[in-house]
Design a protein around this ligand. Structure first.
Ligand SMILES: CC(C)(COP(=O)([O-])OP(=O)(O)OC[C@H]1O[C@@H](n2cnc3c(N)ncnc32)[C@H](O)[C@@H]1OP(=O)(O)O)[C@@H](O)C(=O)NCCC(=O)NCCSC(=O)/C=C/C[N+](C)(C)C
Length: 290
């Protein structure tokens, strides 16, 4: 593996077109320290800038994925703005929560596919983080716990919104309001994770293999799938069908599709070109105005 850069809150390395973001503070149960919230979007941007990277894999060392936000950060948040009048204290807090939300949204907003491999436990803010991944893989026994409810506040970094967007509301309400621990097996049954395995060792090899398979596919098709899925959630099936027509018409003339077709005919492996960051919006605005 090649070390592309140093982040203080996790390891970042690139191997076989996959950028690995590895939580590596297992002695502290990979709690999400202050620097994490700055490092995460920076690592996503870096992955996007590296031309060889086609997929991001978020995983963790040790017995659990993450115990959630660093309790010192949580304490700092509750004490934030102490001494200020109530309205200014609330404004302070609101802006901080928005910036933590933005850090997590970087995973959803990147054009690269994001896979999260989750073992042991995934608590509070860590659940917010994995909710923003495109694909979640877990160990059967992983405990998914929205622990914020026990602290007297609603999960505020995306769990509520992303679960609500993806699961039936009674399932979400039951999970959150009872502050339930959902196991990997149950999460698979609910459709929150797509694959489970019996142990953590297997989880890592399955996740790496999946990430490398996705990274080897046409980036144009993979990014297209992510983009069109997102568009469908935001705008519904009808608008998305129109959008897909516009997207497809801008992609078909490109080399990537031609390379894939040629490889199918000759039986070889296609060579892929990365999609430039500055491609137009594929007529998104036009589609919405129709
Ligand atoms: C059950 C836990 C996760 C694991 O228990 P354990 O027995 O396996 O490990 P132990 O408790 O001995 O912890 C080992 C060391 O790690 C430190 N640790 C663990 N988690 C955290 C944490 N979240 N923040 C800071 N430090 C942590 C622990 O102090 C030990 O350190 P020493 O070896 O003593 O130096 C158990 O650890 C646990 O319950 N952890 C706390 C879980 C928690 O409350 N998480 C926060 C939930 S709220 C949230 O994540 C999001 C909030 C969003 N927002 C703030 C914006 C509202």
């Amino acid at each position: 593996m090649s070390d592309a850069t140093q982040f203080s809150s996790f390891r970042f390395e690139v191997n076989a077109a996959v950028a690995h973001i590895v939580l590596n503070r297992s002695d502290k149960r990979n709690c999400l320290v202050r620097e994490f919230w700055y490092d995460l979007p920076q690592a996503v941007k870096l992955a996007e800038r590296l031309p060889e990277v086609r997929c991001i894999l978020l995983r963790a060392e040790g017995k659990m994925f993450s115990s959630g936000i660093d309790l010192a950060v949580l304490q700092g948040l509750t004490a934030m703005g102490d001494g200020l009048e109530l309205a200014r204290k609330a404004d302070h807090l609101r802006r901080t929560v928005l910036s933590l939300q933005d850090a997590i949204s970087a995973l959803e907003e990147t054009r690269l596919p994001v896979i999260a491999a989750i073992q042991g436990a995934c608590i509070g803010g860590a659940l917010d983080v994995v909710c923003a991944a495109d694909i979640r893989l877990a160990e059967s026994a992983t405990a998914f716990t929205p622990l914020e409810m026990d602290f007297g506040f609603v999960p505020d970094l995306g769990t509520v919104q992303r679960l609500t967007a993806n699961l039936p509301s009674a399932v979400v309400a039951d999970w959150l309001m009872d502050c339930r621990t959902v196991s990997g097996d149950e999460a698979k049954h609910l459709g929150f994770v797509s694959r489970v395995v019996a142990d953590a060792g297997e989880l890592e090899s399955m996740a790496v293999a999946l990430a490398e398979r996705i990274a080897a596919r046409s980036p144009v098709a993979i990014m297209g799938a992510k983009e069109v899925m997102k568009f469908t959630k935001e705008h519904g099936v009808k608008a998305s069908l129109r959008y897909t027509a516009t997207w497809q018409s801008s992609v078909f003339p490109g080399d990537d599709v031609a390379n894939c077709l040629k490889a199918k005919q000759t039986g070889g492996a296609p060579s892929h070109e990365n999609m430039a960051d500055d491609r137009p919006l594929y007529g998104k605005e036009d589609t919405l105005q129709q």
